[in-house]
Structure formats: C-alpha cells, structure tokens
Ligand binder design. Sequence first.
Ligand code: PGA
Length: 252
Amino acid sequence: MSRRTLIAGNWKMNGMSFDGIALAKGVANKIKAAGDTSFDMLICPPYTLISSVAAALSGSPLSVGAQDCHTEENGPHTGDISASMLKDIGCSFVIVGHSERRSNYGENDAKVLSKAKIANSVGLNTVICIGETETERDSSETINVVKAQILGSVPDSATAKNTVVAYEPVWAIGTGRTPTNDEVQKVHAVIRSQLALKLGADTANSIRLLYGGSMNPENAKELLSLPDVDGGLIGGASLRVNDFWAIGEGCP
Ligand code: PGA
C-alpha cells in the first residue's frame, strides 16, 4: 500500500504578515524549484494569516490548513472559528486535538471527534493528533492511551482521503527529545492496527500516520523511513524555510 508522505508545518502562535507570507512563499518557491516532489506539503499558519497566505500560494501545490476549529457550524461562540469559515478562506486541512489544545483548553476525545466530524462534513481534511504525556509514558501507559484516543477521536466515517493521524508524544513537543525509532515504529503499528479495528484494514493501510515532536532535519530521515511513518507534523522547524524543506528532502 503506497502512502504519499505528508510534511506538515504547524506554525502555532507565530507569524506576522511580513514574515509569515515570506515564509509561505519561501516554501512554495522550494517546491517550484524542485519540480515534481515525491511528497506533499502543508502549512498551518495562525488564523490571522490564512487568507493572505492562501492568496500568496495561489497555483502552488503547497496546501494551507488551520490549527483548530469549533465543533459547531456557526452561532453564539465569541472568538471561535468554524470549519466552514476555514474552508471559505482557502484551507483544505485543519489540525484537531493538538496536545496544546487538549491541555490548555481541556479538549477531550469527544470534543476532538466532534471537530473532526464537522471539518469532514464541510470538506476539510483533518490532522487528528494523539499522544501520551510524560507521566503516562513513565507508567507504561503509552499504548493504552493512544488506543483510547484513536477510538475516541477518529470518526467512524474517516477515510484515507479526509483523515491523517499524527502521533505526537506530548513530552517530545518542543523539547528536542524524541522516542527511539523503534518506539515510534511500535506505536505507529499499534495505531494502524487500532484504526483497522475501527475502519477496516483497507482504510487503515491507506491512512497516513505522521510523527510529530522535535522532528528536525537531523532526525527526519530515519523517522520518515520507518515503515508506518508517512510524514511529519513539525512545529519549530517549520518556521525556517530551509529546515522545513530539508525535512521533506529527507523523505526516502
Ligand atoms: P515541535 O512541535 O516540532 O516544535 O516539537 C510539533 C507540534 O507540536 O506539532
């Protein structure tokens, strides 16, 4: 089953118009200069930059996504943004269930599931994030945690086209620490078999599983060559054109 690698950048709360648009254009220019790439690329700027980045990328194969969406289509939700609004301004993807949303806003699997469902229903693809905390890892709970998160956060209607799953150990995000390659492969294999129970083997074998957490140009090549790793969700290194591009170029 061939799965096309996805290199996704999560800019988090970074980027003003002057540097954000330059960053997006810098990545698009790399893709253009390379001609055909063997991998897909996605950037997820903050809400404030999505429209202008999408306009700047018109005609580029570089996709634009958001970092979160609301569970409802519209209504009295001050300060929130719906999936259809994101679609309207040029997003094709939205990240849901990032651990920073889960911990800072108390988002549980049920909420992440609702977000994924509404995003898919308006035609957005989702990057559904899961991953254990350091305490859970230390108590050997990693496998149980990711299994439960898959069961609770991934819609029954998920397909390989509308869904990507990102395994991001919380303790590896922004810390410079990563699990060993063996650990990553083991967890990804468990995620895929859990997806098979939920969605059937064909879908599970076609869904892209990203690794996220301190991925950088130095460690990307090995991580991306693991059999069940189909790309990366990259925070810090996605804010530098050359580093983000180098990660993609490291694809096997
Ligand atoms: P990081 O972030 O690459 O800076 O560790 C990854 C993420 O949070 O998606």
